[in-house]
Design a protein around this ligand. Structure first.
Ligand code: FAD
Ligand code: FES
Length: 282
């Protein structure tokens, strides 16, 4: 993989331009930054409220897009921080730190890329297809049902799967089942083209994608969503277990924010990943 050079992270104020629902569960937030910025798909930003109302810890969100001064995020309301974001009106002020972390990069050998996003894991893979996608690349998006699909964001390069086929709008197509199964269906097992799959979503989806990639001998990159304190390597609150055959234990903790969030799937210690039983609260 080659990693295009990325801009240094910028810490600045951000003004809300739009904060609108694009599906039943997903909200697109467009922010105007004080300074122009760029990013590479897979990178993320830490977002917070300014001033005395700020949360102790900023919240990490993958970058959907940056165009000059305007950064776009896609989020789902799950707790205090995202509830506060949902209440933001155009003109409201936030703080932005980004872009942070390692991006997906670009395959050196030009092999076709399969992008897989589950639910709120869509932004980094959507960004890759928009920024680097060629005719040989394809996107696969999995949602709970037709109402949870952000149809306006998905062009003809995207294949959609749904757990339930309720609320699929007339004229739109969605296959009922799990998104890794849709990938396996669309790319038959006897197709031996070397491919690279990039995925972001819940852990079971990432495991299933990693297994599929391994069975097809595809390269596989996964973008992980760990709880984060700082976002830049200082707090060690975001560690993920990676295999390390040079040490006596055979594995080590890697910071998701600095060494990731994008990792090679075969570098993750899947037997330990997702086992932590504490949360960062603040
Ligand atoms: C690199 C990265 C990229 C991300 N990109 C996006 C994105 O594009 N869109 C999006 O909606 N979310 C994304 N997340 C997850 C997002 O950061 C959390 O949903 C958010 O921090 C929750 O804040 P809260 O205060 O609303 O929830 P809290 O009140 O802190 O927690 C509510 C629930 O959400 C869970 N949660 C909290 N933080 C995380 C986290 N970092 N990862 C997974 N679960 C969490 C908690 O375990 C709890 O169950 C990303 C996370 C990371 C690390
Ligand atoms: S979030 Fe602090 S080290 Fe990763």
């Amino acid at each position: 993989m080659t990693n295009p050079s990325t801009d240094a992270a910028l810490r600045c104020g951000a003004r809300v331009l739009n904060n609108d629902r694009v599906s039943s569960g997903l909200i697109r937030l467009d922010l105007e930054l004080e300074q122009k910025q760029d990013f590479e798909p897979g990178q993320f930003a830490m977002i917070n409220l300014p001033g005395p109302g700020a949360f102790v810890f900023s919240r990490p969100f993958s970058i959907l897009n940056i165009q000059d001064h305007v950064v776009s995020l896609l989020y789902r309301v799950v707790g205090r921080g995202t509830r506060a974001l949902e209440l933001m009106q155009p003109g409201g002020e936030l703080t932005f730190l980004g872009p942070l972390g390692q991006p997906f990069g670009i395959p050196e050998d030009n092999r076709p890329v399969i992008l897989v996003g589950g639910g709120v894991g869509l932004p980094p893979v959507w960004a890759w297809l928009k920024k680097h996608g060629r005719a040989s690349d394809a996107g696969f998006f999995g949602a709970r049902d037709g109402a949870d699909v952000p149809w306006t964001l998905l062009d003809e390069r995207w294949h959609v799967s749904v757990d339930s086929d309720k609320h699929v709008p007339a004229g739109k197509q969605a296959w009922q089942g799990l998104v890794p199964d849709l990938v396996a269906r669309e790319i038959p097992a006897d197709d031996d083209t070397p491919r690279l799959i990039m995925a972001c979503g819940p852990i079971p989806l990432l495991r299933a994608v990693a297994d599929l990639a391994s069975s097809r001998r595809w390269q596989c990159l996964v973008s992980l969503e760990e709880h984060m304190g700082c976002g830049y390597g200082a707090c060690k609150g975001c560690v993920v277990p990676v295999l390390d055959l040079s040490g006596s234990e055979g594995w080590r903790n890697a910071t998701c924010c600095q060494e990731g969030p994008v990792f090679r799937a075969e570098s993750i210690d899947w037997s330990r990943y997702g086992q932590r039983d504490f949360e960062i609260v603040g």
